[in-house]
Design a protein around this ligand. Structure first.
Ligand SMILES: Cc1cc2nc3c(=O)[nH]c(=O)nc-3n(C[C@H](O)[C@H](O)[C@H](O)COP(=O)(O)OP(=O)(O)OC[C@H]3O[C@@H](n4cnc5c(N)ncnc54)[C@H](O)[C@@H]3O)c2cc1C
Length: 391
């Protein structure tokens, strides 16, 4: 399968550098599940070829993927509305034209509902439920309706409709690329880029739902096929300039990705800097991503320390922040000697808990008040020694 983009600039790829608006069709060299039997997760390790693209990256950068929607979901939409898949629709501000099926597959977000879409769609139906939902006093209910539902739900819930496919697609948002922290070093893997992608799957309102890009990668992209990609530089998340600086990395789950890149880079460059990784996930037996590699790096001395937290292996839930607190004395010594502190992964909970743990470490080991510890951390941030890549 090749994900064909409707982007007209794609044709000029031999003269234009590859970019967000002109992605490179990268061949999938490897695509395997990192989780073992019994895991409740699926995390894909994907290796892509950048050969001939002229693209490069540094550890800390991200790769953008332009995804395509699930063909089954597109087929359900076409069937539900009895739309002709070949009917040509106008998309975008430049008036490009695409067959409807292709527009629904690659051009539009069809799994995302917004208040605006529902408000505008209300003009296309007399359905009382929708007319009521879009009233100003029902904003909270409208927001709640959108959560965990998609275009197909809306079409099924509020018909009969009196609008054309063109009028409906005009309401939709353009597909946005998904970003993934690069999990490889180009110095260690010339012409390649590796990713660590957690498949997003959940059930909501009686239907199984799939993340557009992560499940495309997990279920539909085979080795030998291609994905449209571009490199997204990340100036605020990178290794210290000197290989002799110590680094502390906190990357549970898919947060491990940029740190695999950091460690690979350090293995090639062989600086004097020490490196310490905190990794966590649910079960050691099935969710210890890149375990063999990491343990090998530890044996070889590339990785100085490796601390793990597996939340569902014991009676009590243990997370990376607990491991940070357990190691407070040594961690503070590293910071005092100039170590850089990095966090990658979950923004909602993990990054906040790690931030709190770090303040506690500084407070305790530096014999400071909380206010002074916060100033210490702010200062680390100013020096570029506290960097986060959270999502
Ligand atoms: C800088 C950066 C780096 C990143 N690096 C990585 C990485 O290395 N690895 C990685 O796996 N991801 C990474 N991500 C996240 C990634 O970009 C995508 O957001 C993720 O893969 C989901 O995309 P998707 O297309 O599969 O899902 P989408 O189709 O975009 O769906 C995701 C959305 O589904 C909704 N949703 C999810 N669960 C539920 C639920 N239970 N109930 C209701 N709604 C729900 C939420 O609105 C969520 O935003 C990164 C993000 C950023 C910004």
């Amino acid at each position: 399968m090749h994900l064909i983009l409707e982007n007209p600039k794609n044709a000029k790829s031999d003269v234009m550098p590859f970019s967000r608006t002109n992605p490179f069709q990268a061949k999938v060299l490897k695509n395997n599940n990192l989780n073992g039997t019994g895991s409740s997760k699926e995390t894909r390790h994907i290796e892509l070829s950048l050969k001939g693209s002229g693209l490069s990256y540094v550890p800390g950068d991200a790769l953008g993927i332009m995804p395509a929607n699930d063909p089954e979901l597109v087929a359900s939409l076409l069937k539900e509305m009895e739309w002709n898949e070949e009917a040509v629709v106008t998309v975008g501000k430049q008036g490009e034209e695409l067959p409807l099926k292709q527009a629904l597959t690659t051009y539009f977000e069809i799994t995302l509902l917004t208040k605006k879409i529902l408000q505008q769609a209300a003009a296309f139906t007399e359905n009382e439920g929708l007319q009521k939902l879009v009233l100003v006093e029902n904003t909270a209910q409208l927001k709640e309706y959108c959560y965990g539902r998609d275009l197909l739900d809306m079409l099924r819930d509020f018909g009969p409709w009196k609008a054309s496919a063109q009028e409906f697609v005009s309401l939709l948002r353009k597909m946005t690329p998904r970003l993934y922290s690069i999990a490889s070093s180009i110095a260690a893997n010339p012409d390649e880029v590796h990713l660590t992608i957690g498949a997003v799957r959940y059930t909501a309102h009686g239907r199984d739902r799939k993340g557009v890009c992560s499940v495309l990668c997990a279920e539909r992209v085979q080795e030998g096929e291609t994905l449209p990609v571009f490199v997204q530089a990340n100036k605020h998340f990178h290794l210290p300039e000197s290989q002799d600086q110590d680094i502390i990395m906190v990357g549970p789950g898919t947060g491990i990705a940029p740190f695999r890149s950091f460690i690979q880079e350090r293995a090639v460059n062989k600086g004097a800097g020490r490196s310490w990784l905190f990794f966590g996930d649910q079960h050691a037996a099935s969710d210890f991503l890149y375990q063999a590699e990491l343990e090998k790096y530890q044996q070889d001395g590339v990785l100085t320390k490796l601390d793990t937290a597996f939340s569902r292996d014991g009676a009590q839930k243990v997370y990376v922040q607990h491991k940070i607190l357990e190691n407070s004395k040594e961690l503070f010594e590293w910071l005092e000697k100039g170590a850089y502190f990095y966090v990658c992964g979950d923004k909602e909970h993990m990054a906040k808990d790690v931030n709190e743990a770090l303040i506690s470490v500084i407070e305790k080991e530096g014999s400071m008040t909380r206010d002074a510890a916060e100033v210490y951390l702010k200062d680390l941030q100013k020096q570029g020694r506290y960097q986060r890549d959270v999502y």
